[in-house]
Design a binder for this molecule. Structure first.
Ligand code: ADP
Length: 389
C-alpha cells in the first residue's frame, strides 16, 4: 500500500478551482473546499448524469472500474475487494440506491477516509499528468507535420520554378528555328527560290498557316512564362476600348460564320477611353471570343459588349454555348488545364488561354469574372478604369 514520503511532498490541483494544493492539505487554501470531497462529488456528478434503467446493467461500472483499477494498481485494494464492492453497488442500484465506489469501500471498511481522499487526489493528479503528456505529444506531432508540410511546400515551389524555367527556355529556343523556317517559307511563297507548281503553292500556303499557329503558341508560352515570373510589362495609355471591341467582333466573324454562330455587339455609340495596354486587352478579348465561338454549337450566339459602370468600363463576352459546370469553375483559370481533359475531347487547345487572360486582366489591377450555366451558356467580364477618371 502506498504511503511514501514522495506522495506527501507532491502538490496537485484543486478539482474545484484549479489552485495548487499541497498533498498534505485536505482543504484548498484558495477556495476552502474539501479537496477529496470535491473529487468524490465530481465523480457523483458524472454518475448522476447517467439515467438509470430498471434491470439494465449499472452504467457507472465503466467509470467506477476505472477508479477501482486505479485503487488496485496503487495497492489500496485487491481485485477481490473490487469485485465485492461492485457486486454490492449493483445490489444497491437494483434497490434504487446509488453510491460511489469510494462510499461502498468506506462502508466495507476496506479503505479509510484518509486513504480514499489521498487516492482521489492521486487519481486527479495522474489524470492531469496524462493529459499534460498527451498535450506534449500532440504538440510534438503537430510540429513534425508542420515541418513535413513546409518541406513539401518548398519542393513544390522548386518544381514550379523548374517548370517556369523550362517553359521560358523551350519557348525561346523554339523561336529561333521557327524564324528560319518562316523566312524560307516566305521566300518560297514569293517565288524567290524558283517558280512553283500549283500543288507546291498549296503546300507552301498550308505550311505558312502552320507556322503562324506555332508562332502564336510560342508567343503565348513566352507571355505566360513572363507573367508567371511577375515580369509582365504593360504599356498603359488612354485606349479607345470601343474600337477594340469592334475589331475583335470583326476578327471572330469568319470563324463564327463557319460554325453558324451569330455574332452580336452590344455597346453604346460613345464610350470613354480606358487606361489599358490596348494590345494585351485586344489579345484577351480575342481569346474570350475564340473560346465563346469554339464552345457554342450552331444556331447559338456570341455577344461582345461594354458599358460604363461607375468610374470603369465593363467589358464582357457572352455566349449561348455548352456552359461550364459550377464545380469546374474554380479550375477554369488554371494554366494548361482543359475542363474536358479526355483524349477524345472535341476541341483543340493548350489550356493556356484563360490562364493568360487572368494574368493580363490582373496586371491591369482588375479581376476576371465568370458566370455560367451548363447547357445555357457563359459570360466572362472585367472592368477597366476610365482614363483620367
Ligand atoms: P483552351 O486552349 O482549351 O481553350 P482555355 O484556357 O482558353 O484553354 O480554356 C480552358 C477550358 O475552359 C477549355 O478547355 C474549356 O473546357 C473551358 N472553356 C473556356 N471558355 C469556355 C466557354 N466560353 N464555354 C464553355 N467552356 C469554356
Amino acid at each position: 500500500m502506498p504511503g511514501s514520503d514522495d506522495r506527501h511532498r507532491a502538490t496537485y490541483q484543486c478539482p474545484h478551482c484549479g489552485a495548487d494544493v499541497s498533498a498534505r492539505e485536505a482543504t484548498c487554501p484558495q477556495c476552502g473546499v474539501d479537496v477529496a470531497l470535491a473529487a468524490v462529488l465530481l465523480e457523483r456528478l458524472a454518475l448522476s448524469a447517467i439515467p438509470a434503467e430498471p434491470g439494465a446493467p449499472f452504467l457507472g461500472d465503466a467509470m467506477l472500474s476505472r477508479f477501482g483499477e486505479f485503487l488496485i494498481g496503487k495497492g489500496y485494494i485487491t481485485p477481490v475487494h473490487l469485485d465485492d464492492a461492485l457486486n454490492r453497488q449493483r445490489e444497491m442500484s437494483a434497490r434504487g440506491a446509488r453510491e460511489t465506489l469510494g462510499q461502498v469501500l468506506l462502508e466495507m471498511q476496506v479503505m479509510t477516509r484518509e486513504q480514499l481522499e489521498l487516492a482521489s487526489v492521486e487519481q486527479v493528479q495522474d489524470l492531469q499528468n496524462a493529459l499534460r503528456q498527451a498535450n506534449a505529444q500532440l504538440e510534438q506531432r503537430v510540429a513534425e507535420r508542420t515541418q513535413e508540410l513546409q518541406a513539401a511546400y518548398q519542393r513544390l515551389a522548386e518544381l514550379d520554378q523548374l517548370k517556369g524555367n523550362f517553359i521560358n527556355n523551350i519557348s525561346h529556343e523554339l523561336r529561333t528555328p521557327l524564324t528560319k523556317i518562316k523566312g524560307f517559307n516566305m521566300l518560297l511563297a514569293a517565288g524567290d527560290l524558283g517558280s512553283l507548281t500549283e500543288d507546291q503553292v498549296q503546300a507552301v500556303q498550308t505550311m505558312g498557316r502552320g507556322i503562324g499557329e506555332l508562332e502564336r503558341l510560342v508567343a503565348d508560352l513566352i507571355q505566360f512564362a513572363t507573367g508567371a515570373r511577375g515580369e509582365m510589362v504593360l504599356h498603359l495609355a488612354p485606349t479607345a476600348v470601343g474600337d477594340i471591341l469592334a475589331e475583335c467582333a470583326r476578327a471572330a466573324a469568319d470563324k463564327a460564320k463557319r460554325g453558324r454562330v451569330e455574332m452580336l455587339t452590344s455597346a453604346p455609340d460613345v464610350l470613354p477611353q480606358v487606361m489599358a495596354d490596348g494590345e494585351r486587352i485586344r489579345w484577351v478579348l480575342n481569346q474570350l471570343m475564340d473560346n465563346a465561338v469554339k464552345y457554342t454549337p450552331q444556331d447559338g450566339s456570341v455577344t461582345i459588349g461594354a458599358a460604363v459602370v461607375g468610374d470603369s468600363v465593363r467589358v464582357w463576352v457572352a455566349d449561348t454555348g455548352q456552359g461550364i459546370a459550377a464545380e469546374k469553375l474554380p479550375e477554369l483559370f488554371e494554366p494548361f488545364h482543359q475542363l474536358d481533359g479526355s483524349t477524345t475531347r472535341r476541341q483543340g487547345g493548350t489550356g493556356l488561354g484563360l490562364a493568360l487572360v487572368k494574368m493580363i486582366v490582373e496586371a491591369h489591377q482588375s479581376t476576371i469574372a465568370v458566370e455560367s450555366e451548363p447547357g445555357k451558356g457563359s459570360r466572362f467580364w472585367f472592368d477597366l478604369k476610365v482614363a483620367g477618371g
